[in-house]
Design a protein around this ligand. Structure first.
Ligand SMILES: Cc1cc2nc3c(=O)[nH]c(=O)nc-3n(C[C@H](O)[C@H](O)[C@H](O)COP(=O)(O)OP(=O)(O)OC[C@H]3O[C@@H](n4cnc5c(N)ncnc54)[C@H](O)[C@@H]3O)c2cc1C
Length: 409
């Protein structure tokens, strides 16, 4: 029996090497349209490959997927974080955990992951073909004919589609022909552009903040980093992922509201400042930063509130007090456009999840057709969650295909 895996990325390799190992009699081929294998693994995590995240609770983990949370919840019961760690460990690849929970190979090099996957492929005789692009899949009575763009074709009993996220809907044409439908792709994990905004002069300032999108329920707390083009940092990236569709619908033109003092709300800020005015009336406001706001940002917000650098608490008018509270707790920043986060971007959208069985990764529409990785309408926030989904779905597809091929013998 023959399995053809389409796509030489993390999900495709994980499916291919595991299927070949679980049933050594199964012929496994992996086809990749470009000349490069595991290209994203190589550049991921700044060349270190953020393999997974040290989260060992399925309910906590599923919340990290703005799309596909319920789907991965089922899948994680089959293959979860500790399985990823053990799988690599059994092949002498040790992972370490950083303070924020991201897990990397101890070598701090994505080459370690690539070498491990390539050597497994060699060990279990996975036939790898690069520069081979699938043009269409045609269902036959018992299996599939895979047609390539070079005019050749090949028979397979099982297909695993692991071709990654396609940025444009027309690229899904060959998969739609198999009877599947797709959620339109939109980018996820991007930073916010704020051209001409004076705050960009504070480039490099990073602080804990609560970021919201005006007119929506989208809200995230975490580090916000001011850049020369706008805003970035974990809170902004998480917002971009949660709001991937809503923000695309408004063409990335919206207002972000930032609370620079996430431990306070408007009322508690007013109370604290009122107490400061009474207890320390002669103090210059510029020296009265009790909110842990970075100094440059505090000075900026004071200027934004039209408060002179020499003004003392006692002389602060109600109008300027209100402006300061507003700028500290709900600073309005106009966002006009986005910038792809070069470190780790993904495509939201893909094959609709009701059409795929999360326990086997097999299509519910076409027998013998399996999916793994980013081609599915699953995407996670930054931190190793997208690779974990690639390993999980690749492994489940492998297990299910090898079991089917063994029982068919
Ligand atoms: C710069 C960057 C850094 C990242 N860093 C991280 C990180 O540290 N941690 C994390 O969890 N996630 C990270 N991600 C996201 C993660 O890389 C992806 O979610 C993951 O690689 C998806 O794996 P995949 O195998 O599904 O798809 P891919 O890795 O995209 O592989 C799909 C492959 O299929 C091939 N293909 C497509 N169509 C065809 C066809 N018709 N015929 C044959 N081959 C085809 C493609 O050429 C590609 O090689 C990063 C992403 C980027 C872009």
């Amino acid at each position: 029996m023959h399995l053809i895996v389409i796509g030489g990325g993390a999900a495709g390799f994980f499916c291919a090497v595991n299927a070949a190992r679980m049933n050594t009699a199964l012929k496994v081929s992996l086809v990749e349209k470009t000349g490069k294998l595991l290209a994203k693994v190589r550049i991921s995590g700044g060349g270190r490959c953020n393999v997974t995240h040290a989260c060992f609770s399925i309910p906590d983990m599923m919340k990290k997927y703005p799309r596909g949370g319920n789907f991965v919840k089922k899948a994680f019961h089959e293959f979860f974080t500790e399985d990823t760690i053990s799988w690599f460990n059994e092949r002498s690849v040790k992972l370490k955990t950083e303070k924020d929970g991201r897990m990397f190979p101890v070598t701090d090099s994505s080459e370690t992951i690539i070498n491990c996957l390539l050597s497994e492929a060699k060990k279990y005789n996975v036939g790898i073909r690069t520069n081979r692009e699938v043009r269409s899949l045609v269902k036959t009575e018992n299996g599939w004919t895979v047609q390539y763009t070079d005019g050749e074709s090949e028979y397979a009993d099982f297909i695993c589609v692991a071709c990654g996220g396609y940025p444009k809907e027309n690229m899904f044409g060959w998969l739609k022909e198999t009877g599947h439908s797709v959620e339109a792709p939109v980018p996820s994990l991007f930073t916010f552009n704020m051209p001409g905004n004076a705050i960009t002069q504070l480039t490099g300032v990073s602080t804990e903040a609560k970021a919201r999108i005006q007119g929506t329920k989208l809200e995230e707390t975490g580090a916000v980093l001011i850049t020369h083009w706008g805003m970035s940092g974990p809170a902004v990236l998480k917002l971009s992922a949660r709001g991937a569709r809503e923000l695309n619908a408004v063409k990335y033109q919206f207002t972000a509201l930032i609370n620079w003092c996430p431990g306070y709300n408007e009322n508690s800020l007013r109370e604290t400042i009122t107490n400061l005015r009474q207890s320390n009336p002669s103090q210059k406001i510029i020296n009265g930063n009790v909110f842990d706001v970075p100094r440059r940002l505090w000075e900026f917000l004071i200027t934004e509130s039209d408060i002179h650098a020499d003004l003392r608490w006692a002389d602060l008018s109600t109008g300027k007090l209100n402006a300061l509270i507003k700028n500290l707790s709900a600073h309005e920043l106009k966002v006009q456009g986005k910038t792809t986060f070069r470190e780790e971007f993904v495509t939201a959208g893909g094959i609709r999840l009701p059409e795929v069985n999360a326990a086997t990764m097999e299509s519910r529409i076409a027998q013998g057709l399996y999916f793994a990785g980013e081609i599915l309408d699953v995407d996670g926030v930054t931190g190793g969650f997208n690779f974990q989904h690639a390993w999980t779905s690749g492994w489940i597809a492998a297990k299910s295909i090898s079991a089917r091929s063994l029982s068919a013998k």
